[in-house]
Design a protein around this ligand. Structure first.
Ligand SMILES: [Ca+2]
Length: 192
């Protein structure tokens, strides 16, 4: 399976001509975190990279988090713009999406339900299937971002245990402080 992650661009025809690129890893964190992921989402990114370091995974990761900040000035950041064009796979190699477009078409090839160790998360012991996201199925930002990821406010729930668009936005309006009090939610982490 190791060869799966190597640079197929050089392997397929001996030259790095952009004809092929290695897949990127995506996982849902084993741990739960509160809604304070940072207005620039740097706290969320740091949480992903701490998980990656602990698990011994290669690469740098970003948290799947969008932002709407009422301002002024008003700021929108789409999670889709934070990840590269790539084929995405779970840590164990299971295909999630052939491309960014496939990731964002409302249906995953496989749920992002394995953590940074490659283990399936079950509920319990994770206690919740909720994931911080604030991102629409097409990868754009929703306006409810737990008060700009500073805590409190609301967001539309996302669940890791589905291949439907609810993996990133589920529809139910949830109170972020209540989730924090109950132990928090997971993060999706995407390799850069
Ligand atoms: Ca798809």
């Amino acid at each position: 399976m190791d060869s799966l992650w190597t640079d197929c661009d050089a392997m397929d025809d001996g030259t790095s001509d952009g004809s092929c690129s290695a897949p990127k890893r995506v996982f849902v964190t084993k741990n739960l975190y509160d809604s304070v992921n940072g207005i620039d989402r740097s706290i969320g990114d740091a949480r992903c990279n701490a998980a990656v370091l602990a698990a011994g995974l290669p690469g740098t990761y970003v948290a799947w988090l969008s932002l709407y900040f009422a301002g002024p000035p008003e700021v929108w950041v789409d999670a889709a713009d934070r990840i590269p064009e790539a084929e995405y796979r779970l840590v164990d190699g299971t295909l999630v999406a052939d491309s960014k477009a496939d990731l964002l078409d409302g249906s995953l090839d496989h749920a992002i339900d394995h953590d940074e160790y490659g283990a399936a998360i079950t509920v319990p012991p994770s206690a919740t299937n909720l994931v911080w996201s604030a991102t629409n199925t097409d990868g754009t930002a929703d306006w409810q971002t737990c008060t700009n990821w500073t805590g409190g406010g609301t967001y539309l729930g996302a669940s890791f245990d589905t291949t439907s668009g609810a993996w990133t936005l589920g529809g139910a309006i949830l109170d972020c402080s209540t989730i924090d009090t109950n132990g928090g939610a997971h993060l999706y982490c995407f390799q850069q």
